[in-house]
Design a protein around this ligand. Sequence first.
Ligand SMILES: NC(=O)C1=CN([C@@H]2O[C@H](COP(=O)(O)OP(=O)(O)OC[C@H]3O[C@@H](n4cnc5c(N)ncnc54)[C@H](OP(=O)(O)O)[C@@H]3O)[C@@H](O)[C@H]2O)C=CC1
Ligand SMILES: O=C1OC[C@@H](O)[C@H](O)[C@H]1O
Length: 345
Amino acid sequence: MESLRWGIIGTGNIAHTFARALQVAKKGSLFAVCSRSVETAQSFGQEFDIAQDHCFGSYQEFFSCDKVDIVYICTPHPYHHQVALMAIEYRKHMLIEKPMAMTQSQVQEILTAAEREKLFVMEAYMYRCHPQTLKLVEIIKSGDIGKVKFIRANFSFDGRSLGPSSRLWRNELGGGAILDIGGYPLSLCRLVAGIETDKGFANPTQIKATGYIQPDTKVDEWSNASLEFENGITAQVFTGIFSDSDCSIEVLGSDGSIKVNNLWRPDLTQLGAVELEYTKYGNQKEIIPIQLQETNLFAIEADAVADAILQGNHECKYMTWEDTLGQAKAMDAWRKDIGLTYKED
Ligand SMILES: NC(=O)C1=CN([C@@H]2O[C@H](COP(=O)(O)OP(=O)(O)OC[C@H]3O[C@@H](n4cnc5c(N)ncnc54)[C@H](OP(=O)(O)O)[C@@H]3O)[C@@H](O)[C@H]2O)C=CC1
Ligand SMILES: O=C1OC[C@@H](O)[C@H](O)[C@H]1O
């Protein structure tokens, strides 16, 4: 096998973005799609040139299609767990949108089942695969900014126009800022705090958070968390879904600092250039541009997944299973600290 045949399950917003990415990915193509309605699957199929007999309106028929190598699970978060367990039953590799599941215990169940069946699974924190993130990691690892002391990371956007029917504003669909985008800054802090370790990530020993949970929808509009790591690094993360706000990250070391303005969606250059701002204390800021062979973030992710699978691996080095498990534990702790709950708790 030199290339993966992908099946997409769930035909919403990100499914379209990923389907477009597969049109330019080098090691994969879109083969099948599944929706709760066959009409929706067929209309998605027409848009992306999928054969009509590979457009399914039944999850069971979709998973039974033995030509699909890997499924991209992009339903709302509360369905990731049950859809992933079904994918495993039908022996499909999986790329599961973030968060992999609603709770640490659900994530553990998915990983245990995938391990038993020797299947690939990755939580789709796509920014982790991008050359800009890899360059950030390389510079910090080189010691150029000295010892990392503090990390600040934000992800916030105005999701109000999506309206109350959107998954973002519905507790039963896993709505709220922390689960939707808070995981990005959290996962970045865990990555940077653990760069010097063998695993390449670290788990916070303490999370203290504040936030606002809407009394009617029971979803968090925003939240702010302070993290502490065993090695003395501290971090501050902010997430919100009511305001287009700063989405940058900064890493402050003993000798210098790095700032990245557009780490999460470097494919959208209108959100900022793809570059790092590097400052050695006492010197002028330097701009380090990132040279890209491929600009489509999701194609980069799909090809990273393909590389791992074609090499016979069950995890991707950019977001390992243990990393995802630590992430889920930290997400649970963050939510708990502001009293944000879902039926899955
Ligand atoms: N990595 C990234 O950049 C992004 C990741 N995401 C992640 O992807 C997932 C999906 O997000 P997004 O595409 O924005 O969501 P949407 O609401 O736009 O789409 C979700 C799709 O899931 C399917 N679905 C299955 N069951 C249900 C249900 N009970 N209610 C509603 N929809 C259902 C629907 O497709 P159908 O009608 O065909 O069944 C729906 O269109 C989320 O987990 C999110 O965190 C989202 C955006 C960006
Ligand atoms: O992962 C995501 O990134 C971009 C946001 O618009 C979206 O809601 C979220 O799921």
